[in-house]
Design a protein. Structure first.
Length: 383
């Protein structure tokens, strides 16, 4: 990586006996959109507040372009933040909202007018300067909030769940607006979200957090195609996992015995990269390692058939459950024994054929071996 704009080094944050962040380290590149993604309570908002200066870490360092940011108060950092609520002043016009921070800094009026004009152009609100916030849509108010921070020319822009207050259709449109805006202004964005689709659509790289720790940092494609463990794989999309009873590593393949799927020969390409050196050095893997391994498949790689498939694919027999129409595709539930089910994503035509069958009809879920992943349950527990 070239010199990062932000270096987060061994940051830990405690609230009493609770560790909200545990030894978090990550570098953020200049000019990228970097997303902090994870379930509620994972520490992503706490990390964003430490970046902004509203929280102080218990331990660790925070550098911006090599300068220590921790001694600086929020208003002294070249960092601005867009809050989830936007916090647009209802009694001020759009232009006055955008100009407010510059007026507080006593910037000359002529410069304020020029910078406000440019900021409104950047967010496509040039004709809205005289309007009051109540006359704007939710998406327009969000753009006012963005203009208000862009006008201050920050080196880093923080966004806390910036699209969560918008309806689904507007949220999709604003994702594209954010990407275009970032490309035009060139400022580094750090965005917090719990929405996987949002992070995947917007970010250049994503840090997946859980219980105050970073589980993986990678591009959206890498996270989806090469997750470090089953937690990341399941958080980025959906994945179905199966336990392993025995494993034997060969030169280009791995033989896996599973209680549910039987014996499977997997190509080496399906093995997580962090597992490959371990398996190569242990031809017959230990019980402790096997207990931390699963084989997995994503719903979009599963076919649902009314007739038993050939033995060239991996398959499991079940019963037809619910079929959920999603527009261009449908989600089919395959009910297995022991109160477990898996889902498959099928075309509209396939869904219609399955819907014509009676409920509880025996069906088969089937997929290719090279569509599977061999993953640790938790990469942190690997030897």
């Amino acid at each position: 990586m070239s010199n990062p704009i932000v270096s987060i080094r061994n940051i830990t944050k405690r609230f009493g006996q609770v560790k909200a962040l545990n030894d978090v380290s990550v570098d953020i590149k200049l000019g990228e959109i970097f997303a902090l993604l994870g379930p509620s309570g994972c520490g992503k908002s706490t990390l964003l507040r430490i970046l902004s200066g509203f929280e102080t870490p218990t331990e660790g360092e925070l550098l911006l372009d090599g300068d220590d940011m921790l001694p600086l108060k929020p208003n002294k950092r070249p960092i601005n933040m867009v809050f989830q609520s936007y916090a647009v002043f209802p009694h001020m016009s759009v232009a006055d909202n955008v100009a407010y921070g510059l007026k507080m800094e006593k910037v000359p009026l002529a410069e304020i007018n020029e910078r406000v004009k440019l900021a409104l152009e950047q967010v496509h609100l040039s004709e809205y300067g005289a309007r009051m916030p109540e006359q704007l849509s939710g998406g327009q108010r969000q753009r006012v909030a963005l203009a208000r921070v862009l006008v201050k020319k920050p080196r880093l822009l923080l966004l806390d769940e910036p699209l969560s207050a918008l309806d689904a259709k507007l949220r999709d449109a604003m994702r594209l607006e954010l990407v275009k805006l970032q490309e035009s202004v060139g400022i580094t964005f750090v965005i917090v979200t719990h929405d996987q689709a949002e992070a995947m659509a917007i970010a250049d790289r994503i840090a997946v957090l859980e219980s105050g720790c970073i589980r993986q940092v990678a591009s959206p494609a890498q996270l989806y195609q090469q997750p470090v463990d089953a937690f990341v794989a399941d958080f980025i999309g959906t994945i179905h996992t199966f336990k392993i009873a025995r494993l034997t590593h060969k030169i280009n393949t791995v033989d896996v015995e599973t209680p549910r799927l039987g014996n499977i020969t997997l190509p080496l390409s399906t093995v997580a990269e962090n597992l490959q050196p371990l398996l190569a050095s242990n031809t017959n893997s230990s019980d402790s390692l096997i207990d931390n391994l699963v084989v997995a498949v994503r719903p979009e790689n599963i076919n649902v058939l009314l007739d038993e498939p050939s033995h060239q694919t991996v398959s499991i027999k079940g019963r037809l459950g619910d079929i959920a129409f999603q527009g261009q595709h449908s989600i089919v539930e395959v009910i297995l024994d022991q109160d477990r089910s898996i889902t498959a994503i099928v075309t509209d035509e396939q869904a219609k054929a399955l819907a014509s069958a009676s409920e509880q009809t025996p069906i088969w879920a089937s997929w290719a071996t090279d569509a599977m992943l061999l993953l640790p349950k938790d990469a942190r527990e690997l030897p």
